[in-house]
Design a protein around this ligand. Structure first.
Ligand SMILES: C[S@@+](CC[C@H](N)C(=O)[O-])C[C@H]1O[C@@H](n2cnc3c(N)ncnc32)[C@H](O)[C@@H]1O
Length: 199
């Protein structure tokens, strides 16, 4: 894991009561780190971990990066074992990223981190599914911003996203941007949802 600084910044800047989602939790390394940061912050941050716990294509049999827990169907069990010390501080949601996104109301989340499948179509679909769920002033970010597929998907869907050293991208949803034709406080003119530009 090489995005400790990003997770730390998200906890530090989050409102006292916040809601975070990690999409792609694997065996819990990044999720455990986040749980510790949240606990140390004293803030009330709900933290959901979304994963199929079936692994990505490369982890499955014949994928080139096979993982024994994945092949034997033990991935979620391994995650739960590793996360045991943080029990009660996170909610595991075993489902596909796109299904999970539908569970959340628009503009309900403070931070979503995407680290699931890394193919272009998947990353694009994940961004389009999760972006509307972020609150005005919240953050959408993701890992693997060195993969050509990830870079292409991010640049196409959120041209304003920035690289976050060393391996991530991040997008800060503007504070003036509200969904569904509410009013831009700058000139009191109705604006279209910024999200609608991405679909
Ligand atoms: C790179 S790993 C996540 C690593 C984790 N963030 C860490 O640092 O320990 C990717 C994870 O995404 C999950 N995944 C892949 N595609 C998914 C999808 N469409 N929906 C939900 N989870 C998915 C896989 O099961 C795998 O556990």
């Amino acid at each position: 894991m090489d995005y400790e600084n990003l997770y730390q910044q998200m906890v530090k800047t989050a409102p006292e009561t916040s809601w975070f989602v990690e999409v792609g939790s694997w065996k819990g390394r990044s999720a455990a780190f986040m749980c510790v940061e949240i606990a140390n912050s004293g803030k009330t941050i709900r933290f959901d971990c979304v994963d199929t716990w079936q692994g990505s294509s490369e982890h499955q049999a014949g994928g080139g990066c096979e993982d024994v827990d994945c092949i034997t169907g033990q991935l979620m069990q391994r995650f739960l074992e590793n996360m045991e010390p943080a029990q009660g501080q996170f909610t595991p949601l075993q489902m596909n990223s796109l299904q999970a996104a539908k569970l959340y109301k628009d503009a309900s989340l403070d931070f979503v981190f995407i680290d699931a499948a890394h193919e272009y179509e998947s990353v694009r679909a994940d961004i389009l599914a999760w972006l509307p769920k972020i609150k005005s002033g919240g953050y959408l970010a993701g890992h693997d911003y060195f993969s050509a597929d990830v870079i292409k998907a991010v640049k196409e869907t959120i041209p304003q996203a920035q690289p976050y050293h060393p391996s991530c991208w991040i997008y800060h949803v503007p504070v003036w941007c509200y969904s569904n034709g509410l009013v831009d406080h700058l000139d009191n003119q109705p604006i279209c949802s910024v999200h609608s530009r991405f679909v």
